[in-house]
Every structure is written in structure tokens, then in C-alpha cells.
Design a protein around this ligand. Structure first.
Ligand code: CMC
Length: 381
């Protein structure tokens, strides 16, 4: 990693929001924003989502190569074995007010998980790797448990077999998902697993670079992902789609009114992509398939109408959060769980970046150009 990269520009307006600043070298993720390309460890996202599972992607991100069959078995065994939550963490969720934002509940629960992990403060590479697996196994259990508790239902214990996608949908509803639902959720997890130096990953690396621990870095990353300009957008997209459906308002008039009021349309625009986000392209396909299968093509129509008018008025393309929202909705999932589902997947990218950071660590400490007053003096009263 080279934090002192020659491309770092901190003094000009061009660095606002650190736009186009290259802060590290990394071998985890390639994004070509002009061409709309995304690859994890050299494998194009379309190839990955068509051919391998979320668990294989997790292995790929952590180890840099695809798993051999025995690696796959080993990881599956470890993920299943780590799915249960410490009872006190379940109690924390029981005591969490039901109206709490599920991202806030998850942030607290992940922080609490550290207290029951004997390796929490062990900074060896092997322990950090085991914590990556443990968090990947437990976060879905937290999300599903809180989703049920807030509705007055008992959590469903995780199964000791099956994919992350299947087990999560089972814990959420108490019923085994069908193959289409499992495959859709698995593909969504693959698509969200990693995305370079986005805000939450950067937050994780900044925390990790102080030589703080995995749980602290992941808790901070969850806080960053929660924001509506980042992962929090998917929940807002669904709220917008549901409000449009309830009110019967014309999407074109809705967008024009929002833009006239200088408001943002959630699920559109991206700091890096100047063309369509390749993840959105794939999720749009999933929206069409589910819409046809579940007799819910009205979501396809509303999304297409919105996409057309936002492109026309602002030149913006849909991002990953735009199409994931109606896809999750058609799987019967509450809108405010979409960002926690993002965490279930992105935990793999965050922890891969932490491992990379710690392999060649340097404190991340940029500067601010001071523009305030100087030389003031306190006047004695
Ligand atoms: N709706 C309306 N206007 C927008 C939008 C939007 N969704 N996105 C950007 N703009 C406008 C913005 O108002 C500004 O206009 P002007 O120059 O006239 O003031 C211009 O585009 C540039 O905006 P910016 O905020 O400087 O650009 P950015 O590169 O920081 O934007 C973004 C990236 C994702 C924050 C922004 O596109 C946005 O707010 N989108 C809506 C929230 C969203 O969908 N977030 C999910 C991002 S993708 C998944 C993830 O990272 O989690």
C-alpha cells in the first residue's frame, strides 16, 4: 500500500470529497467508471455472478484466488459452525426498541459481538481471518433476529447447513425459500460484496490503519454504509417506489418536482461510474425475471419511467441501490432491511481490505488546508 501516492492532491478544489484521489494501491477490486466495468481479484462481476456463489466470492476476496473444492467445504463448515449468536447479544437485540433503525441495531450488535470473541484483540493474520469468517456467518443471524423480534416474533435458529442466502431467508421467515429466491439473494450478495474504496471501506481502512481491531473497523464501516448517500439509499428507493404506488402519482411529475426543489432522487448517480453501474444492469435483469414470475410488472414499469426521466432531466444513470430495492421487495423483505443485507455481503469486502491494510500498514492521516482566521486573541472580560 502506498499512502503517499504521487496522485494525492489535497490542496485544490478537485479534491473535494477526495474525488479522483488515489489513496492506496490494492489488488482486490478494479472499477472502470468510464466503461462500466467491475472485477473482483481480476474476475469480471458478470462472470462471478453467473458462475459462483457468495461463499466462493468471500474466499476469492480474502485469499485472492478461487477456492479449490476442499477450500469450499472447509469455509462452508466454518460459516455454518459460527452462525449462532452469543445469548447475551441476542438479549441486546431483545432489549433494543422495536422502532430502532435495523442498521443502528446491527451496528450495536456487531460492536457487542466483540465482547464475546476471545480473539477480538488478537491482531495476528490468522485471527483476523477467522474474525472475517465469524462476522460473515453471524451478521445474517443478527439481521434476521432483529427483524423478527421487532415484530414480536421469536428468532429462528440458524441451520447448520446451506448457503448464506438460503439460511438468511429461512431465519427471516421461518420457511425454506424456493430455489428462485435463494438464487436471487445469492446473486445480490455476490454483486454487493466489494466495491473498491467506497466510503465505508475507506472508513474501515482508516480505523484499521490505527491498529485498532476488526470489530471496531467493521462497526465504523456499518455507520458509514448507513448514510443515504451510500448504502442507505436502497431503503429510500423502496420507500419512494411504495409512496408512488400508494399515491398513484405520475413518476415523471414526481421527479420533476423533486429536482425543482433541489432534492436528490435516491438510487441515481455515482461518484465513479459515468455510465451504467454494471451491478445495476444485472439487478435490472433480476427485476424483470421476478416481476414476470410474480405478476408484478408494475415495479418494472415504475422503475423504467423513473430511470427515463432522471436520465432526461439530469443525465444520471441508476446505481446498484435502484434495482436491488424492488428485487428485495418482491422477495417479501421489509424496506429497512435492505441496507443490513448490504452489510451481510460487504463484510467480505471490508475484511479483505482490512487484511490487505494490515499486510502493509501505515497510519492514514491526511491534512486539511486551514482557511479560518489566524492570530485572534482572547479579550479579557
Ligand atoms: N438526484 C439528483 N441530483 C443528483 C443526484 C441524484 N441522485 N446525484 C447527483 N446529483 C447532482 C447533484 O445535485 C449535483 O448537481 P449540481 O452540480 O447541479 O449541484 C451533481 O449531480 C453532482 O453531485 P455530487 O453529490 O457532487 O456528486 P457525487 O459524485 O458526490 O455523487 C452520489 C454521488 C452517489 C452521492 C450522488 O449521486 C447521490 O446523492 N445519489 C443519490 C444517493 C444514492 O443513490 N446513493 C447510492 C450510491 S451507489 C451505492 C453505494 O455507494 O452505496
Amino acid at each position: 500500500m502506498q499512502t503517499s501516492s504521487s496522485k494525492l492532491r489535497i490542496n485544490g478544489a478537485s479534491a473535494r470529497g477526495l474525488e479522483d484521489v488515489t489513496a492506496f494501491t490494492s489488488s482486490i477490486c478494479l472499477i472502470d467508471g468510464q466503461q462500466g466495468e467491475l472485477a473482483y481479484r481480476g474476475y469480471d462481476i458478470a462472470d462471478l455472478v453467473e458462475h459462483i456463489t457468495f461463499e466462493d466470492v468471500a474466499w476469492l476476496l480474502w485469499h485472492g484466488s478461487l477456492p479449490e473444492p476442499h477450500n469450499r467445504d472447509q469455509l462452508q463448515e466454518r460459516l455454518c459452525a459460527e452462525r449462532h449468536l452469543p445469548p447475551i447479544v441476542l438479549d441486546v437485540l431483545r432489549l433494543t426498541p422495536e422502532e430502532t433503525d435495523p442498521m443502528a441495531a446491527l451496528r450495536t450488535a456487531v460492536s457487542a459481538l466483540a465482547h464475546f470473541d476471545r480473539e477480538a484483540e488478537d491482531s495476528s493474520r490468522a485471527a483476523n481471518h477467522r474474525k472475517a469468517v465469524r462476522l460473515t456467518a453471524r451478521i445474517p443471524t443478527v439481521v434476521a433476529a432483529f427483524a423478527r423480534l421487532r415484530r414480536g416474533l421469536e428468532p429462528v435458529a440458524p441451520r447448520m447447513s446451506g448457503s448464506t442466502a438460503r439460511n438468511f431467508l429461512y431465519m427471516l421467515s421461518g420457511e425454506m425459500p424456493g430455489p428462485r429466491a435463494e438464487q436471487t439473494m445469492d446473486a445480490a450478495l455476490v454483486l454487493h460484496a466489494e466495491h473498491g474504496l467506497n466510503a465505508s471501506t475507506f472508513a474501515a481502512r482508516v480505523i484499521g490503519a490505527t491498529l485498532s481491531d476488526t470489530y471496531s473497523a467493521v462497526t465504523g464501516a456499518i455507520g458509514a454504509l448507513k448514510g443515504p448517500l451510500h448504502g442507505g439509499a436502497n431503503t429510500r428507493v423502496m420507500q419512494m417506489l411504495l409512496a408512488l404506488r400508494r399515491s398513484g402519482q405520475d413518476p415523471v411529475a414526481f421527479v420533476r418536482k423533486k429536482l425543482a426543489a433541489n432534492e436528490r432522487i435516491m438510487g441515481f448517480g455515482h461518484r465513479v461510474y459515468k455510465t451504467i453501474d454494471p451491478r445495476a444492469r444485472y439487478l435490472r435483469g433480476m427485476l424483470y425475471s421476478l416481476g414476470r414470475e410474480r405478476d408484478a410488472m408494475h415495479w418494472v414499469k415504475t422503475c423504467n419511467d423513473l430511470a427515463r426521466v432522471v436520465k432526461h432531466e439530469k443525465g444520471l444513470n441508476p446505481n446498484v441501490d435502484f434495482f436491488s430495492a424492488p428485487v428485495y421487495h418482491m422477495l417479501g423483505i421489509d424496506a429497512d432491511l435492505y441496507t443490513p443485507i448490504f452489510v451481510m455481503s460487504r463484510i467480505t469486502g471490508w475484511t479483505a481490505h482490512l487484511l490487505e491494510q494490515w499486510d502493509n500498514n501505515r497510519l492514514i492521516r491526511p491534512r486539511a488546508r486551514y482557511v479560518g482566521p489566524r492570530g485572534l486573541q482572547v479579550q479579557a472580560a
